[in-house]
Write a protein that binds this ligand. Sequence first.
Ligand code: HPA
Ligand code: ZN
Length: 324
Amino acid sequence: MKDFIAGLPKCELHLHIEGTLEPELKFELAKRNNLDLPYTTVEDMRAAYDFDDLPSFLSVYYEGMNVLLAEPDFYDLAMAYLRKAASQNVRYAEIFFDPQAHTSRGVPFDIVIRGLRRALLDAERQFGVRAQLIMCFLRDFQAEYAMATLLESLPYREWIAGVGLDSDEKGNPPAKFAAVFARAREEGYLLTMHCDVDQENSTKHIRQCVEEIGVNRIDHGVNALEDPALVEAIKERGLGLTVCPISNGYVTDSMKADAIRRMLDLDLRVTINSDDPAYFPGYVQENLVAIQEALDLSREELVRLQRNAFEITWLPRQVKDAYL
Ligand code: HPA
Ligand code: ZN
């Protein structure tokens, strides 16, 4: 089965580029930028990856980004991910980036997006993997900062497929960003939002995403299963769910394999993704292997997961059809 999964043409739709920053590259960038890290070895650094919920993960995730300062740093980060993705037969990826995690440290938006964009172009040529960017707003910052970031992105509109919402969900509901997402839609961006697993008010947040924001997709969204009317609304609108099993296992008590089985049985457009593979160890191949083993998925079911993913991509219909 591992070989079958390795051979499948894959699609990754829930991947934070800053969450692919492996310790080895972190050390290299720290050296390049003359920064001291509080660790001397890769093992020390990994040992400090000690988290058991979303906030404890996020603090390690944001601290790690301090080594990303110049355009080539963002380029190298994205090239490393796309090289790895291509090695796992990922044909297409939609990649989140968190501009505010950088602009809030004084790194200009232009530096971040130019480095990422250059990597996307080079990776398509060198590795044959196609990718698009999704700009995420940090939900624990004020909505005004998200709006300013949205406006700052407009000169680069053609380089960004859509917008998302991530970071700490507690006390930061989708509705907080209703005006930002309404404006983003007017500008032609497609919309997604994280509804992280087992949050306070999870189902309420998912309902806001679907009914108030009008998202085109939901990231995670596992708790929708608790509300049959919400499941119906998601099905009716054909919304995809980007689920991340290994990530789930780190920030909650389990991979949520049973929920993934139920989503398949309910014929929801569920997909399997890696989230932050440098921190929740496992790229898309390892996530698919983990869930195949947990659920004893058949080849047909594995193919279905990939078809779901290509179907819900933010690609033009005829490009999508070529993958399907
Ligand atoms: N949830 C919320 N914020 C994030 C995540 C996530 O899974 N990964 C990176 N930022
Ligand atoms: Zn995520």
